[in-house]
Design a protein around this ligand. Structure first.
Ligand code: NAI
Ligand code: 15L
Length: 265
């Protein structure tokens, strides 16, 4: 069991979901965000912290032996906010981890690092990046930061390239990209159970029949995925009109992110 697990971005969609589900992984959970996190439960500590604030991030990481890094910009946006949270913020986090004994990190990367690959193409972690926007580029940067700190300092990171982490799949693309909440929780358990982790890229995806992403290289984690989007196929076929095969959402792995412009503000 960890002593103190830090979750950044704890006020967001995935942070709020994980907040109540990791009490068995650590004695204390330190939750951090720039938004209000409500009142702490007895095993929780709440810290308001902007990722671009170097000293605040240094202090935030002190005393933690695990970090789940969810904080930052999570959609396509202008470069300035992405630069602050996802580039500067990542540097601050890794420098703080280096200063505080290399706590094992789970980095929430994204399928938007490879979004321009066509749907149906099978990818492995060795497949070159093909980001679909500035957000995707910032996640490529984050993955490179994790790799650098592993090579130079032995910092361990699970680089989790998340597909679509939702309560259930709600469109045709998610029959391939869906990552169930339960499978995310069991992945985190496996990551903190592993005697040795290294710095693997792990596809954050359930055991979907239609998945495009191969996770066989992380069998050593003993991670058993229990969910499969195929269970929802009949409902999606019934309720969601099938997109035109030429539409972006049906053509590219990154789906609608492909249509985003380069935002200037
Ligand atoms: P979210 O946008 O709901 O949560 C992100 C949190 O980060 C927010 O609470 C926000 O206040 C906080 N944040 C933003 N800027 C910040 C800053 N400068 N300093 C400190 N905190 C800041 O995103 P969600 O869906 O919970 O995703 C969590 C992580 O997982 C993100 O890094 C996202 O890129 C990644 N991810 C999520 C996927 C999903 O399906 N939900 C898919 C792929 C990646
Ligand atoms: C992401 O990276 C986003 O953070 C999330 O909101 C979803 O859009 C997800 O990818 C997706 O591609 O479904």
């Amino acid at each position: 069991m960890l002593k103190r697990l830090l979750i950044t971005g704890a006020g967001g969609k995935l942070g709020s979901m994980l907040r109540g589900r990791l009490g068995h992984v650590a004695e204390t959970i330190r939750l951090s965000d720039i938004v209000d996190l409500g009142s702490p439960a007895p095993h929780e500590e709440l810290v308001r912290c902007a990722l671009e604030d170097e000293q605040a991030v240094h202090d935030l990481v002190g005393g933690c032996d695990g970090i789940i890094h969810l904080g930052g910009v999570s959609v396509e946006k202008a470069f300035d906010p992405i630069e602050a949270a996802n580039l500067r913020g990542l540097y601050n986090l890794y420098e703080a981890a280096r200063a505080h004994g290399l706590p094992r990190i789970v980095f929430a990367s994204s399928n938007h690092t490879i979004g321009y690959y066509p749907q149906g193409k099978q990818l492995t972690p060795e497949t070159p990046f093909l980001p679909d926007g500035l957000y995707g580029v910032s996640k490529v940067f984050g993955e490179a930061m994790a790799s650098l700190y592993h090579s130079k300092f032995g910092q361990e990171t699970a680089i989790v390239r998340i597909g679509s982490c939702e309560a259930r799949p709600t469109n045709w693309r998610m029959l391939s990209t869906w990552f169930s909440h339960d499978d995310f929780v069991s992945l985190i358990e496996a990551i903190y159970r592993a005697p040795k982790l290294g710095c693997p890229v792990i596809w954050g995806v359930s055991a979907n029949d239609d998945s495009w992403w191969d996770n066989s290289h992380v069998d050593f984690l003993g991670w058993q995925r229990r969910d499969n989007a195929a269970r929802y196929r009949a409902e999606i076929e019934r309720d969601v009109p099938r997109p035109n095969p030429e539409a972006t959402i049906a053509k590219y792995q990154g789906g609608i992110f492909i249509d985003e412009p380069i935002h200037k503000t």
